[in-house]
Design a protein around this ligand. Structure first.
Ligand SMILES: Nc1ncnc2c1ncn2[C@@H]1O[C@H](COP(=O)(O)OP(=O)(O)OP(=O)(O)O)[C@@H](O)[C@H]1O
Length: 511
């Protein structure tokens, strides 16, 4: 069959242990086209991407590139046909430089390092990327591996590129770099299948959108005809209330009872004197570029990062800056957001991963039953798509795995919880539901600090957002006082490393 389509998928189905996860999926990607793929957690997006890229087998159906069918489950065949995929989880040898990582596996990889370096520098510069070609991969934050992979795709001959939630861990400035690469790829006549839970991003970037719901393709059409709410409705099969009922009035800033009051918080070389007050019953946000010190502040107030402070007062009592043991005694918890640092072993069962502690084989029958009851209740509240707690975490969809990791923190009675990008990889309904659960715990007297680079997450979750620039807290933004566009604009500036200069003369803000 002659075809101009870069990629044609026809009648594709997939079963996992007799559960149908893709059912008769048919679509095509044309040269120069960005096609977004959206759907709820567990809808089958990654599985579809992996089948196209030849790393997973299909149960039925065909896939062709430029009209030529390629065999099932062969990554090499798919690559030879010009199909590449950037997966959610990427491993790169930490001893390589960024330049070597960009050219690894390509025909150019054995060229002298200096030549690779020059070419990598050119590509990074063209894309407006802030990565240095000489930086060691071991020193590059893992969330940026997706950008390195995107630069790598630019240097090779892949004609169709599947990007699986590559933008999920990126802040607004980093996501803009990724979008630039995607646009460049399609200007060269290639095609991109872009998987994302950020619906406004999907609509803005893509020409066309595919919606998977309950394993079937329920919509394929131009993005220009849709709003984010339309898209959510197509994904969920029901009207979606984007903004959950706000938590009953949190203590308004200075008027409430302080839970934590810190002055002159310092982390050597990174945080240079931050004053921060978190009131009981509020959810605040902190944001900044990756090297601004924002992550270290979240770690320092929960005893995860070594820090100093002039005063550190919890519930009105002066203390020293916390150690991890102090933090757990005070019921201060921390969620790193880094998928690999969460201790969630992919071979571990859902049940065991959801238990924080106390479930050992020696614990006895009654303790085991009580622990399982708690797991079942958590699974029901979180609406896990997977209905088996025996399943291993590695078999879960990305969103379900994120919920499993978050569960102990959300259900534990914490006084203060620091959450790094809690909704990363969660679909719109799961985001809303998680926020409801967090609101419930805030209502019962706890507080939360959300460290994030995601505009929607910060806007819908936080009463105020502290901007961290170059180790200083430079201002507080109150999302409800401005339009979503203005809020996004302000965050974009805060995430752009060049913003540093404009803040150098600014007095640090106080809470
Ligand atoms: N290796 C596997 N073994 C068994 N079941 C699997 C495996 N991989 C995926 N699944 C199941 O297939 C379904 C689709 O998973 P997939 O990861 O494709 O969803 P997704 O749409 O990408 O979700 P998310 O948005 O959460 O990443 C889920 O129910 C998942 O548990």
């Amino acid at each position: 069959m002659e075809s101009n389509e870069l990629l044609s998928v026809s009648g594709l189905s997939k079963d996992f242990h007799s559960k149908r996860v893709l059912d008769d999926v048919t679509f095509a990607v044309a040269p120069g086209e960005i096609v977004a793929l959206v759907g709820r957690n567990g809808a089958g997006k990654s599985t579809l991407g992996r089948i196209i890229a030849g790393t997973e087998s299909e149960s039925a159906g065909t896939i062709s590139s430029l009209g030529v069918e390629y065999p099932r489950a062969s990554r090499l065949e798919a690559r030879a046909r010009g199909v590449a995929m950037i997966e959610q989880r990427i491993d790169i040898d930490p001893t390589l430089t960024v330049a070597q990582a960009i050219f690894r596996g390509t025909f150019q990889q054995d060229r002298p390092h200096d030549a690779l370096r020059r070419q990598a520098a050119w590509i990074l510069n063209e894309m407006g990327m802030t990565l240095s070609p000489d930086e060691l991969i071991g020193e590059v934050p893992r969330p940026l591996y997706g950008l390195i992979e995107a630069a790598r795709v630019l240097t090779d001959d892949a004609q169709v590129v599947v990007m699986d939630e590559v933008s999920a861990p990126l802040n607004l400035a980093e996501a803009a770099e990724l979008h630039e690469v995607v646009r460049r790829l399609v200007r060269q006549g290639r095609g991109v299948l872009f998987i994302s839970h950020r619906l406004p991003e999907a609509l803005k970037l893509a020409d066309r959108v595919l919606v998977l719901r309950e394993s079937r393709l329920v919509y394929s059409g131009p993005t220009s005809a849709l709003t984010a709410d339309d898209l959510a409705e197509l994904m969920l099969g029901t009207t979606h209330v984007a903004e959950p009922a706000p938590a009953p009035e949190p203590p308004a800033g200075q008027g409430g009872t302080p839970l934590l009051e810190v002055t002159d918080l310092r982390v050597p070389g990174v945080v240079h004197g931050v004053d921060l007050t978190v009131y009981t019953g509020e959810i605040i946000g902190l944001t900044g570029s990756r090297d601004s010190g924002v992550f270290e502040i979240g770690g320092a107030i929960t005893g995860q990062v070594t820090a100093s402070a002039r005063t550190f007062v919890v519930h009105g009592e002066p203390r020293s800056v916390l150690t991890p043991a102090d933090a757990s005694a005070l019921r201060f918890s921390y969620f790193t957001g880094e998928r690999d640092e969460l201790g969630a072993d992919p071979s571990e069962s859902v049940a065991r991963s959801m238990m924080n502690s106390g479930w050992t084989t020696e614990a006895g029958f009654h303790a085991e039953v009580a622990a399982l009851r708690k797991v079942i209740a958590m699974m029901a509240s979180l609406e896990l798509q997977s209905n088996s707690f025996h399943k291993s975490v590695g078999e879960l969809s990305g969103g379900d795995a994120q919920k499993v990791r978050l569960a102990p923190l959300i259900f534990e009675d914490s006084d203060l919880v620091v959450l790094n990008s809690p909704t990363r990889g969660l679909d719109v309904a799961a985001q809303t539901q998680l926020r409801r659960l967090l609101n419930d715990s805030v209502l019962s007297g706890s507080s939360a600090v959300v460290v994030s680079g995601d505009a929607a997450e910060l806007r819908t979750w936080c009463s105020r957002v502290g901007v961290i620039v170059d180790g200083f807290l430079t201002e507080w933004i109150v999302p409800e006082t401005m339009s979503p566009e203005e809020f996004e604009h302000r965050l974009h500036a805060a995430h752009t490393p060049t913003a540093i200069d404009q803040y150098h003369d600014t007095e640090p803000a106080t809470a």
